[in-house]
Design a binder for this molecule. Structure first.
Ligand code: SAM
Length: 234
């Protein structure tokens, strides 16, 4: 079999510090901002000349956290409640041959400071440290297919979950000023209901935690309701 070597062109700096609670696709949480920092070989303005003309980009990346954990021909898409199996190539599962992912994200700007090139992005679904292997502009005339159908993933996932913040969490959010839309960010992440499919059927209160930026966030879920109990600095 032929094999190829690919080299990252850059790495993602993301607020998502662990896989749990990252949305399942890009643009579901627009407040998720990231920086794509180019590797030295590609850290020259020529590589991105003209890129500001595009509002959105395709990122091709490596699922680096799971790429060495193998794959199966059949996977259980969370959309189907984790009970039904589909072929890996009929899904966007992370465990796949070659471990390559693709996300269409919004380009917010280009930064070039002290010889370091970076792209500012939003709406990402990528873990901190994700290696990027290529970038291409999103082309609406070709990529946006208005007559497309998408089987079990035909519609945007519903977000019936409600979100409430404890007094401690609300105070914390008011006092921190570095991330003005942090409350909205957390709200939209929790509305995606990051619980594993098999836990969603459970009746009793469940407790979860995640890291966003440098914060630890703890919340509880009762049926369709999330309550953020506590936010602390790491
Ligand atoms: N939009 C991409 C695609 O379709 O190829 C990713 C879809 S995949 C279902 C999204 C999930 O990938 C996220 O919820 C997160 O748990 C996981 N993920 C994101 N970055 C990752 C990384 N670097 N390594 C492993 N898993 C990652």
């Amino acid at each position: 079999m032929q094999s190829y070597q690919i080299q990252p062109i850059g790495f993602i700096q993301s607020p998502y510090k662990q896989k749990f609670a990252i949305p399942r696709q890009p643009r579901l949480v627009p407040q998720a901002k990231a920086k794509l920092v180019f590797c030295e070989d590609f850290s020259r303005e020529e590589f991105v000349r003209g890129i500001e003309e595009f509002s959105h980009l395709w990122l091709l990346f490596r699922f680096h956290e799971t790429a060495d954990k193998g794959y199966s021909a059949l996977v259980r898409p969370p959309r189907l409640g984790g009970n039904e199996r589909k072929g890996v190539f009929a899904t966007r599962a992370t465990f796949r041959p070659n471990g390559i992912g693709m996300s269409a994200v919004k380009l917010e700007g280009v930064e070039y400071k002290n010889g370091q090139l970076a792209l500012l992005l939003s709406g990402i679904d990528l873990l901190d440290g994700t290696p990027i292997v290529d970038i291409k502009p999103y082309l609406p005339y070709s990529d946006a297919m208005t007559d497309a159908s998408a089987g079990f993933a035909d519609t945007r996932p519903e977000t019936p979950m409600t979100v409430e913040f404890s007094d401690q969490a609300s105070d914390f959010l008011v006092k921190q000023t570095q991330y003005p839309d942090l409350r909205e960010f957390i709200t939209n992440v929790l509305k995606q209901d990051p619980r594993p499919a098999y836990k969603k059927q459970k009746q009793q209160t469940q407790f979860y935690g995640m890291s966003l930026y440098e914060f630890n966030i703890r919340w509880q879920v009762d049926e369709q309701h999330n309550k953020v109990i506590e936010i602390t600095h790491e």
